[in-house]
Design a protein around this ligand. Structure first.
Ligand SMILES: *Cc1c(COP(=O)(O)O)cnc(C)c1O
Length: 370
């Protein structure tokens, strides 16, 4: 196998351009010797609340923790059921189990890879307390229909926005629809830290307060604890770096959208499914994911041999994971998710990716298909 010429993602492409700015922010924190919470975290929380358009934002240690803390703050606990998608990163269901509740999966729409509202409705039982939709790959889920179902059945909605910062549904930012939105600052996400980080966005002052309490061991007054909490703070260092990067994020999203447009031009006529866009939502393309029926694994291998990176998000649906064997699901339960796991392939996509590289990817794809 040759060297990878065009990687699936390239963080160096953006960091090299703002290296000085990042270094200055880090230097300032080092000089202050204040590493836990404080003004850098509070400032970044305000900026993010503004960006997502919510009243509150709470910085935590990871996107995974953001999800678990948000659910706990909504009162989810043992005996409860939370409905989510079987086609996502494990964190989307892990957080439910961490709260002592039971994940209940509902199949995806085969065209969007996002949870299908009609399938949600079928899974609701008297024990259902919440729905956890994921805006997968950067494409908003059918959030209006989901909010409507949630309202009718008195369910909380916690949005997994880990891949979708800046995505919009009918002009409204994801993370501002449900009672809480959860973001990840894992380096490869739309807005990535230099390590782990996460955030909860909410318009509910009580939920916000509970999230703040839970992230600091469950207490508001030092050494006095109201609830069972954890140590899950966003580092001041990461917050300072993220504040610098946030100023550039809209430009980076625009670049992602324009790269997606280039892909559509060069791949549009080939026998594969490209991500769909439409006027009523803004897809931010954390990943550019195509579907290749029957020959996905061969194409994945061929691209690697041609020096082109690609990735499979995700090769095994959550309901089929060994960790969830106790839930009793089997192959055949969610046909759309199981079909997707065999067909999806994410192509190189990152701000700073050159037009020649998009063409290089297309060429490698074409030499395989002809
Ligand atoms: C990345 C991701 C998470 C978890 O975020 P971390 O910051 O890595 O803990 C959760 N859900 C989805 C869909 C993700 O892609």
């Amino acid at each position: 196998m040759g060297d990878i010429r065009i990687p699936v993602t390239d963080l160096g492409a953006i960091h090299s351009k703002i290296r000085e700015e990042i270094a200055a922010a880090i230097d300032e924190i080092l000089s202050s010797s204040r590493f836990i919470l404080g003004p850098p975290v509070a400032d970044f929380e305000k900026e993010m609340a503004g960006y997502v358009d919510t009243e509150h934002a709470i910085g935590v240690a990871s996107g995974t923790d953001a999800l678990a803390i948000a659910l706990q703050a909504c009162g989810v606990g043992p005996g409860d059921e939370v409905i989510t998608t079987p086609f996502s990163f494990i964190a989307s269901s892990e957080c439910i189990v961490r709260c002592g509740a039971k994940p209940v999966f509902a199949d995806i729409d085969p065209q969007t890879y996002n949870i299908d509202p009609a399938q949600i409705e079928e899974k609701i039982t008297p024990k259902t307390v919440a729905v956890l939709p994921v805006h997968l790959y950067g494409r908003p889920a059918e959030i209006e229909a989901i909010m409507d179902i949630a309202e009718r059945h008195d369910l909380k909605v916690v949005e997994d926005c880990a891949q979708a910062l800046g995505a919009e549904y009918k002009g409204q930012r994801v993370g501002s629809f449900g009672v809480a939105g959860c973001l990840s600052f894992f380096p490869a996400k739309i807005l990535g830290a230099l390590g782990d980080g996460g955030m909860i966005t909410t318009n509910d002052a009580e939920v916000a307060q509970r999230c703040r309490t839970i992230r600091a061991h469950g207490g508001r007054v030092k050494y006095h604890y109201e609830v069972h909490g954890l140590n899950s703070r966003l580092d001041a260092l990461q917050a300072a770096v993220l504040s610098v990067k946030l100023k550039h994020v809209d430009g980076w999203i625009d670049q992602r959208i324009s790269i997606a447009g280039e892909y559509e031009k060069v791949l549009g006529s080939l026998p594969m499914e490209l991500p769909r866009t439409a006027d009523n939502f803004r897809h931010v393309f954390n990943y550019y994911t195509i579907a290749v029926p029957d020959r996905r694994d061969e194409l994945h291998k061929h691209l690697a041999e041609s020096g082109v990176g690609s990735a499979i998000y995700y090769p095994l649906s959550l309901h089929l994971q060994e960790a969830y064997s106790y839930l009793g699901y089997k192959r055949g339960d969610f046909p759309n998710s199981e079909k997707a796991e065999g067909e999806v392939l994410s192509l190189p996509m990152y701000p700073g990716m050159k037009k020649e590289d998009v063409e290089g990817v297309a060429e490698a794809v074409m030499t395989f298909l002809v």
